[in-house]
Ligand binder design. Structure first.
Ligand SMILES: [Mg+2]
Length: 365
């Protein structure tokens, strides 16, 4: 694996001194079938292709743990069995590639970027209860002691902060449209770093609030649907909606947004996302944060981004295009990604594994 590219790992994050999220290795014949489907870029306003395109994409982007287990239990197609090793060659486990990653980052400033849902916390039925474990919080705290560390989430910034509760981190909420520097001043921030509160979509606030209220009313007809106000964007969670109603829910949301051409609808893991139609995403947020830290044109920075969702692909792509650092995809199922390494599942992280994977395990580094 060449250095300076994105990486996909099963569980883990690593830091110079301790791997952040040491996860179980994906290798070893797990039998995952590659998800070859490259999800269509579904956005309101496009013709959308087939009438059920949204439904199919909602299914494809929402593999439940149960579904994944069923997929593993069933016999994967010959093609999948043939392709799995190839996928793992292209996106090796970040855990097994730990030494390689550390070597690539040598003499460079690591900057950590972490998605929240599905990366630091499990995907649960109630998004308000997507709590981070104490062990994971400790791991993030350890990493933040050594490197500038940012949480980049589609959630409202305040809500993510209330989950994580680490004042020393950067927080980028609303898919990076709401960025705030840490309350504490980490010593590794360069002298030319600027304190910032960056909200590029502030003028959309009244519109977002209006759509939020309308969606709350409209989705009452769809049991299990949950609308979340993320300040500069909205989430319509369908993780608790009967699959038979997914098409109806997507149609409802699309229909409502026809009156708001300045908003766009995209798809995440078990969630429909409504965002301002501006050129801003997690990739832009990553670039903005690097600039704020004083690393805009630096060649000695090594950004690492860990995420599990389609919205994280924008950040993975930025790293790949910059040729700096790497992206790590957290996924139980191999799939198309711009990340370079992979991790399996954040829930497997443990302090014991973290200690086991400390640098003492890599005497030759
Ligand atoms: Mg996520």
């Amino acid at each position: 694996m060449p250095s300076g590219q994105n990486v996909v790992l099963p569980e883990a994050m690593m830091a110079n001194q301790t791997p952040l999220f040491p996860w179980r290795l994906m290798s070893g014949g797990g039998g995952f079938g590659i998800r070859r489907k490259c999800l269509p870029q579904l956005e309101l306003g496009s013709n959308g292709g087939r009438a059920n395109a949204w439904f199919e994409s909602m299914k494809a982007s929402s593999p439940t743990h149960a579904n994944a287990a069923a997929a593993l239990a069933s016999s994967p197609s010959v093609a999948d069995q043939d392709e799995h090793p190839t996928w793992m060659v292209r996106h090796p486990s970040a855990l097994s590639s730990f030494g390689e990653i550390i070597r690539a980052s040598k003499r460079k400033q690591i900057v950590m970027f972490l998605d929240y849902d599905g990366t630091l916390s499990p995907i649960v039925d109630d998004p308000d209860r997507a709590f981070i474990s104490d062990a994971m919080r400790d791991a993030v705290r350890d990493v933040a002691r050594n490197f500038p560390t940012a949480i980049v989430s589609g959630r409202c910034r305040d809500k993510v902060y209330n989950f994580v509760r680490l004042a020393e981190l950067y927080y980028a909420g609303s898919h990076g449209m709401d960025i705030k520097v840490p309350a504490k001043g980490p010593s590794f921030i360069r002298a030319n770093a600027k304190p910032v509160l960056f909200q590029p979509a502030s003028k959309f606030l009244p519109m977002i609030e209006e759509v939020y209220k309308s969606l709350i009313e409209a989705t009452k007809s769809i049991p299990g649907a949950k609308v979340e106000n993320n300040k500069f964007c909205l989430s319509v969670h369908f993780r608790c909606v009967d699959e038979k109603r997914w098409s109806a829910l997507a149609d409802l949301v699309k229909s409502m947004l026809k009156e708001y051409p300045k908003l766009k609808l995209t798809l995440g893991r078990k969630v429909l996302e409504i965002r301002p139609l501006i050129k801003w995403d997690k990739g832009k947020a990553l670039e903005f944060l690097l600039e704020s830290l004083g690393f805009a044109d630096s060649s000695d920075v090594f950004p690492i981004y860990i995420g599990d969702d389609r919205t994280d692909e924008d950040a993975f792509k930025v790293l790949r295009d910059r040729g700096q650092g790497f992206g790590i995809l957290v996924s139980k199922i191999p799939k198309e990604t711009n990340a370079s390494y992979s991790l399996h599942d954040p829930s497997e992280a443990s302090l014991v594994e973290r200690r086991r994977l400390s640098l003492e395990s890599y005497p030759n580094l």
